[in-house]
Ligand binder design. Structure first.
Ligand code: PBG
Length: 309
């Protein structure tokens, strides 16, 4: 009766990794309990999520190596894994939301989120042009929410304008507004097959973990450019940022409890240092208390079932 916050499956977004083939499940060693699924099995996951009350999925492709290139052109292919998965889910489970990641790292041969110049520096404006095409490709396939995770400057405004001009005015944008150059993304890069390819780091476009004020500037820019909601990423180590964004702005704030955070909980459980259900629910409650409207978490299905029970 006196609890200030409550958890519900409606707070959860479930990230899923899509892989090529039919009837394929590939467990991801660095993320125990998480697999890549082929499109047919992704549809089965979508049904489970809907039945557990989860309102939205977040999709990430593990692009076959022969489809990766320096310019990430596969991101623009209307029949790439991402678009195929979006269409299959929207066909079979139309009442679940589909959020799609916009960034080139699952498609580039160098694992960076954008295009490189001769020095290997990720160039902002040329990358934004490709991200517009990637966003329109996903919107045409049926994405409900476009989620740019690339951290290029000016991409939210450019994508918003392009969506309006092409009849996709109702597609939302959830901006990865405050995304840090974090050591917690390792298992994700395994999952999308970019860890071994990645040259250098992402510090020339992702944020310095030392900075909080800069996060507020990034959020202000993305909202001014037309973001419908914003995200802070990673999650638990950056709850102060979530709370400051919540206090300062009135758009919905989401947090991404990222792959390294998931892996830490699973490692703690495996080591006997804690109990999974309690750790999962306590960390999710911390996001709610900090002011999140919702959380992207690999524990979503398990958590939703716990909450429903
Ligand atoms: C790619 C992207 C990343 C994540 C989501 N989108 C990794 C990165 O920026 O290197 C990380 C998610 C996670 O670790 O769970 N732009």
């Amino acid at each position: 009766m006196f609890a200030e916050n409550r958890l519900s499956p409606a707070d959860l977004i479930w990230p899923l990794f899509v892989t090529d083939g039919d009837g394929v499940e590939e467990p991801i060693a660095a993320l125990p309990g998480v697999s890549r699924w082929s499109v047919d099995l992704i549809v089965a996951r979508a049904r489970e999520a809907r039945d557990a009350g989860i309102p939205c999925l977040a999709l990430f492709p593990n692009t076959p190596p022969d489809r990766r290139s320096d310019d990430g052109a596969e991101a623009l292919n209307p029949d790439n894994l991402m678009c195929t998965a979006i269409r299959a889910i929207k066909d079979a489970v139309p009442d679940i939301g589909v959020l799609t990641d916009v960034a080139l790292d699952p498609y580039t041969a160098h694992g960076q989120d954008g295009l490189l110049d001769q020095d290997g520096y990720v160039v902002n404006d040329a990358t934004v042009d490709v991200l517009i095409g990637q966003s329109l490709n996903q919107a045409a396939a049926g994405a409900d929410i476009i989620a740019p995770s690339d951290m290029m400057d000016g991409r939210i405004g450019a994508i918003r304008e392009a969506l309006e001009e092409t009849g996709h005015a109702n597609v939302q944008i959830m901006a990865y507004a405050a995304k840090y150059a974090s050591a917690f993304y390792g298992p994700f890069r395994d999952a999308v097959g970019s860890r071994g390819l990645l040259r250098g780091d992402k510090k020339n476009y992702q944020m310095d973990p030392a900075n909080g004020e800069e996060a507020l500037r990034e959020v202000a820019l993305d909202i001014a450019e037309g973001a419908d909601s914003v995200m802070v990423k990673p999650g638990l180590p950056y709850l102060d940022i979530v709370a400051r964004v919540r206090d300062r702005f009135s758009v919905p704030v989401f947090a991404y409890q990222v792959s390294g955070e998931y892996a830490m909980i699973e490692a703690a459980v495996a080591a006997g240092a804690g109990e999974r259900d309690a750790l999962v629910l306590e960390t999710l409650m911390a996001f709610k208390r900090a002011g999140c409207s919702g959380v992207l978490t690999y524990h979503a299905l398990h958590a939703a079932r716990l909450m429903g029970a």
